[in-house]
Design a protein around this ligand. Structure first.
Ligand SMILES: Nc1nc2c(ncn2[C@@H]2O[C@H](COP(=O)(O)OP(=O)(O)O)[C@@H](O)[C@H]2O)c(=O)[nH]1
Ligand SMILES: [Mg+2]
Length: 365
């Protein structure tokens, strides 16, 4: 089988990974190369997979466990994408609350698949506001142990990829890059905006040409790491909506605003709440990655009498509480003229990470 390039894009929940995956995939295809994507989650019914599938790209999902705890799942997904899409390039997005990827994924891959894979430097994407807070010694509203995960992700990265640069002035961006470089002198600092396209070509060029992946290992305390993940309630659900013709965009916005004001009211840290509302061929995506001011929507699901809602929420609270809020909120949207039927609902708090492999040294090829 031909050699395939693997680009891993890690980074905390809501950093902008899936948005970049799609933008990068589009550009790679325009260049005449074949691309396959791999998504990852603790449970199935992932909005990210649904979004990417809508764009006619080969997507394989590793669900039920993160890549590091299900290394074989990652290998199988890569095999599938390579066979079915004959991919020249695979881009994979690990779970946003995962760290220690250099030790648990990159080094084992280097050792086992050196002849089949060209592994790109590990890119860790970071939201600029969170990065600024974390570099200033704050927790950016997160639990202390979740902030620890955020920091460890940066520590092990080959490339720190600052996202959403459209939200910063040139001076702010320069200052943030300098601050990041001072803290992580061994990492390359790059910047992208999916909105303006700034930096995407440069980043793609860098990860497509370099092969020195996994040059750094972070020292990770698994007790703190486990706590940082366990404080998050995790919910994936699919819901069928049916009734009188409904303006689905207004419905989605109202639903997300409701979630947002409840979480803000409870001072519960929102990692990511993401919805996809599909009606016929139309769809709308809604995202909340913090307080109410992060709420944003794109696309349109139009008006119709039937729709399918996929909901993924990662919020700092017990899974039981999160499930109750989701069920209660959906109930308030149900009327005589609109029914909501929960088709699947999984709610959990991630278990202690138990990686398939964990290397204590950097593999040199
Ligand atoms: N302003 C801005 N927002 C972005 C950019 N990239 C992603 N986002 C938003 O960030 C949120 C999280 O994006 P997503 O790709 O799902 O993040 P992931 O959780 O890391 O996969 C969404 O609301 C996106 O619309 C960007 O370049 N600029
Ligand atoms: Mg994502």
């Amino acid at each position: 089988m031909k050699t395939t390039r693997l680009i891993l894009v890690g980074g905390f929940l809501g950093a902008g990974k899936t948005t970049l995956l799609w933008e990068a995939a589009r550009r790679i295809m325009e260049n005449g190369q074949r691309v396959g994507l791999i998504t990852n989650d603790q449970a199935p019914d992932l909005v990210d997979t649904a979004i990417l599938l809508h764009n006619n790209i080969k997507v394989s999902e590793v669900s039920g466990s993160c890549f590091c705890c299900n290394f074989d799942g990652l290998l199988n997904a890569m095999q599938q994408v390579r066979e079915e899409a004959n991919a020249d390039i695979i881009i994979a997005e690990p779970v946003g609350s995962c760290t220690d990827l250099s030790a648990t994924i990159v080094q084992p891959l280097k050792e086992r698949m050196d002849h089949e894979l060209l592994i790109s430097p590990l890119s860790v994407m970071t939201d600029p506001a969170h990065l600024n807070d974390i570099l200033s010694g704050k927790t950016s509203g997160m639990h202390l142990s979740a902030a620890y995960i955020f920091m460890k992700q940066l520590e092990e990265s080959d490339i720190i990829l600052i996202s959403k640069t459209d939200l910063l002035s040139t001076d702010e961006l320069t200052a943030l890059k300098e601050k990041a470089k001072a803290k992580f002198p061994e990492a390359e600092i790059m910047t992208v905006s999916a909105i303006t396209g700034e930096g995407i070509e440069e980043w793609l060029k860098e990860v497509s040409n370099r092969t020195n992946a996994g040059q750094r290992l972070a020292e990770v305390d698994y007790d703190i790491y486990a706590e940082g993940e366990a404080v998050l309630g995790w919910l994936n659900s699919t819901i069928e909506l049916s009734g009188e013709p409904t303006d689905w965009d207004a419905f989605a916005k109202n639903l997300m605003q409701d979630f947002s004001s409840q979480f803000d009211g409870m001072k519960a840290y929102v990692g990511h709440v993401k919805i996809m509302l599909e009606s016929d061929e139309n769809y709308l995506i809604g995202n909340l990655t913090g307080k109410g001011d992060t709420l944003n929507f794109r696309g349109s699901a139009g008006t119709g009498s039937k729709a399918r809602l996929t909901l993924n929420a990662r919020v700092e609270m017990s899974p039981e509480k999160l499930e109750q809020i989701v069920r209660d909120t959906l109930n308030t949207k149900t009327t005589d003229s609109l029914a909501a039927r929960i088709v699947t609902l999984r709610c959990l708090s991630p278990g202690r990470p138990n990686p398939s492999f964990r290397f204590d040294h950097i593999v040199t090829n």
